[in-house]
Design a binder for this molecule. Structure first.
Ligand SMILES: Cc1cc2nc3c(=O)[nH]c(=O)nc-3n(C[C@H](O)[C@H](O)[C@H](O)COP(=O)(O)O)c2cc1C
Length: 199
């Protein structure tokens, strides 16, 4: 960023990058590391950034309602996000409160748009993280067919969840040889307050 870049311009850039990450599959911000808390211990994993609603300040990912992360979010709804863009040398950290969507209008609409291969993740017989006696994908036999009827995948809808995270804290770090740059933002009283901080 140029030396005369304003803090508001950085905020706009962050949301632009997050928007692009959601819509472009090959973008480095299309996947993120998300952090939840389980009994005081941070738990991290990769997810796909499915949608960025810049107006609602909300990031979305899909998951299995039976997964550990959902149990953790029910205990503590705060979620942390970590993004890294290697070409731009930019790291973005985001934090917010989550809403778990399950068998509601949003999940119904998104489920309809998922092709059968996209539904496979939610179709395991047992909950994610259940111990197995042998190496297995734990999918019913129907998934082995060459062509899968969409109707046959409907059973997995009950496992499909969409997590929305309303972001209220953002942090931007830009690494560059001439000197690193860093800024933080908090959403307070209906507005973003930004400040420069030591990188
Ligand atoms: C590239 C990649 C993308 C992933 N995307 C998702 C995702 O969008 N949603 C999800 O629940 N898990 C996704 N996973 C799997 C998670 O990282 C994790 O292993 C799984 O969700 C179980 O996490 P949990 O036990 O903490 O709930 C992805 C993994 C990788 C490697």
């Amino acid at each position: 960023m140029q030396a005369n870049t304003t803090i508001d311009e950085v905020l706009t850039t962050i949301w632009h990058l997050l928007y692009r990450g959601a819509v472009q599959k090959k973008d480095p911000l299309h996947t993120a590391t998300i952090g939840t808390i389980q009994e005081g211990t941070p738990q991290l994993r990769t997810v796909v950034l499915r949608k960025t609603d810049t107006t609602a300040r909300t990031l979305y990912f899909y998951t299995d309602i039976r997964s550990r992360k959902v149990h953790q979010l029910k205990e503590n709804s705060t979620l942390s996000w970590l993004f890294y863009h290697p070409k731009k040398n930019v790291q973005i950290r985001a934090k917010g409160k989550t809403t778990i969507h399950h068998q509601d209008d949003l999940t119904a609409t998104l489920w309809k748009s998922l092709p059968s291969y996209g539904r496979k993740t939610y179709g395991t017989t047992h909950a994610p993280s259940t111990p197995l006696n042998t190496l297995s994908d734990d999918l019913p036999a129907l998934w082995k067919a060459e062509e899968i009827e969409l109707a046959a995948t409907e059973y997995a809808y009950e496992n499909f969840a969409v997590i929305g995270c309303e972001i209220d804290e953002l942090e931007w770090l830009h690494l560059q040889r001439s000197g690193h740059q860093r800024a933080q933002f908090s959403f307070l009283n209906g507005d973003w307050k930004g400040s420069w901080i030591v990188p």
